[in-house]
Design a protein around this ligand. Structure first.
Ligand code: FAD
Length: 554
């Protein structure tokens, strides 16, 4: 604890995830301070993350979205929360803010010792033709969902177009399907869920299509028009037109930095407010947290803006600690996130392959096809897990997983592993819950560690399908160790078939002057085969991802 004098007048701008967390923590640490929260909208501390489910009627009681109210803040924390109240200017010289009471138009000044900016982000609304037509919505706060629900009730729409395949777009698509609408999802990129690598979202694309969502990838919207038979026509650059009774824009958010910019605070290249690792802006009396700021990426060390509730809450808490004189430091963001969609869970933490490539960080990867719990116990569900790690020291760099059950648990374990600087050798050793209903004595997280460590120790070095093309002049042999009936169903053109059970007796058929890349269906039999081959001096590698990945890639 420092001996610095504590501020006694702290103003917080924005009363939701970051702002509310900060204010409540401030009170717990500073009993004597005067704390005022200004919130432009009608609600504080509401559950943004629940909004799609309120639209979908999964959450039916609007009140459930209100995690806390101004009354709770006053009674429990003696915090003065002013809703419908916007801060319109910061005067750093006089350490005052200008406030607009939106209900009456009244303006007044408020002095501060310390100011906390938690103004969040604004949904992106690109200046496309027709963007202001009725029936086109963004989802950021409860009033946005009130308007959408009213539109649903009044117009009884049949067709919705959701633009953007990020988690808000996906959750809205699912919830509109729930409400009985036919949904078209348009995404500019070749995949939904940007934080995942492309091969890991094939199941999501499938789940969307299986549930009747008309998915259009690589498709950029060019504008909107009034339709004859429907309120809106959504036009794409490729010349497609989609009729819609309702359009949801879910194409990302932009940090809300107007106040900070006008006050001359430093902004970063990603457009967010620059803060140090104690959430302090370029003005030492002003802190900023949440979607409005830029932070360091935990893996790459680059500046980044990751609009998620977890970081916003923790940053708010940490800023309060620092304001109260504690020497806490923010460690950066890993982007740990999860999305549920038609029963599928998609989750990731740390860097993906795209990011590592861009940042020039060397990496290796493994794919694990495990299950949420042992397959002999009823109801087990498959989990696909991808682990990225450093080839130098085995440090875990990122992980992605999909499945119907137990996905979030594995990614949470790996998120903590990343934060603790753990390596794949730690994953080999980590001791996780196991009983037949819950996991396996060798959990998929352990398995990822085993496979990765086997690779780094050269017990069973890995090969990647996408590298095969690089060996045009001296191609490795692709050895398929599956059973006859599996090979008959599908095999890699040019591959050699030799079932695992016959391997030891037929070693003479295999070359000693070429690499042998071994695969099976899921990666386990090929591992056994690689061990046999390496014992007998062959240059064998295990094709990670096995046939399952080959089919996803081809
Ligand atoms: P916000 O929560 O947006 O709060 C900022 C507040 O500041 C706003 O209420 C705004 O009115 C107010 N404000 C702005 N300017 C002023 C001003 N000048 N004066 C007064 N008040 C002002 N994250 C997850 O991790 N998981 C999820 O599942 C998830 N789902 C989401 C679903 C939806 C539909 C949305 C919209 C977001 C979701 N998020 C999710 C993201 C998460 O909600 C945000 O990252 C988080 O709320 C950011 O917190 P914040 O405090 O920075 O901003």
């Amino acid at each position: 604890m420092s001996n610095q004098p504590k501020p006694n007048r702290i103003l917080v701008i924005g009363g939701v995830a970051g702002g509310a967390s900060c204010a409540a923590r401030l009170r717990r640490l500073l009993e004597d301070a005067e704390i005022v929260v200004f919130e432009r909208g009608p609600d504080v501390s509401f559950a943004n993350c629940g909004l799609p489910y309120f639209v979908g009627d999964v959450i039916q009681d609007r009140e459930n979205l209100l995690v806390a109210t101004p009354e709770i803040f006053r009674e429990r924390f003696e915090i003065d929360v002013r809703v419908h109240t916007e801060v319109t200017r910061i005067d750093r010289a006089s350490k005052t803010v200008e406030v607009l009471k939106r209900t009456s138009g009244e303006r007044y000044q408020e002095p501060y010792d310390t100011l906390v900016l938690a103004p969040g982000a604004q949904p992106v609304r690109p200046p496309l033709p027709g963007i202001d037509l009725p029936g086109l919505f963004t989802v950021r706060n409860i009033p946005d969902t009130d308007v959408i629900r009213a539109w649903l009730d009044e117009h009884q729409p049949k067709r919705a177009v959701v633009i953007g395949g990020g988690f808000i777009g996906l959750e809205m698509a699912e919830n509109l399907v729930h409400r009985g609408l036919h949904v078209t999802l348009i995404e500019m990129l070749p995949q939904v869920m940007g934080p995942m690598d492309a091969e890991m979202v094939a199941t999501v694309h499938q789940a969307l299509q299986d549930n009747g969502v008309d998915l259009h990838l690589n498709c950029a919207v060019s504008g909107f028009e009034r339709g004859d038979s429907s309120p809106l026509m959504v036009k794409t650059k490729s010349g497609l037109t989609f009729p819609a009774d309702l359009v949801i824009l879910g194409i990302g958010v932009r940090p809300e930095v107007t106040l900070a910019k006008d006050a001359g605070l430093e902004l970063g290249q990603r457009g967010g407010i620059r803060v140090d690792d104690q959430m302090r802006t370029s003005d030492p009396d002003i802190f900023a947290v949440g979607d409005a700021i830029e932070v360091r990426d935990f893996i790459t060390g680059e500046w980044t803006a990751i609009p998620l509730a977890g970081p916003a809450n923790r940053q708010g808490r940490l800023a309060a600690d620092v304001i109260a004189g504690r020497d806490e430091r923010f460690r950066g963001v890993q982007g740990t996130s999860v999305c549920g969609l038609f029963g599928i869970t998609v989750a990731s933490t740390g860097a993906n392959e795209k990011t590592l490539k861009r940042a020039g960080i060397p990496y290796d990867k493994v794919y694990v096809y495990g299950s949420d719990h042992v397959t002999y116990y009823p109801g087990s569900e498959p989990i696909e897990l991808k682990l990225l790690f450093s080839p130098d020291d085995g440090k875990v760099l990122g992980a992605q997983a999909t499945g119907r059950s137990g996905v979030d648990k594995r990614i949470d374990v790996l998120a903590m592993a990343i934060q603790m600087g753990s390596t794949v050798y730690d994953l080999e050793q980590c001791e996780l819950c196991y009983a037949p209903q819950f996991g396996a004595a060798k959990d998929p997280v352990n398995m990822a560690g085993f496979i990765a460590a086997n690779h780094l120790r050269e017990d069973s070095p890995l090969a990647y399908w996408e590298d095969y093309e690089k060996y045009k002049d001296d191609p490795p042999m692709i050895l398929d160790v599956r059973e006859e009936d599996e090979v008959e169903q599908f095999h890699v053109p040019g591959s050699v078939h030799l079932p695992l059970g016959q391997l030891r007796n037929r070693l003479k058929e295999l070359p000693r002057d070429r690499e042998i890349w071994v695969h099976c269906g899921m990666g386990q039999r090929s591992y056994y085969a690689v061990r046999v081959l390496r014992h007998y001096g062959f240059q064998a590698r295990n094709l990670t991802g096995a046939m399952k990945l080959y089919q996803a890639l081809n």
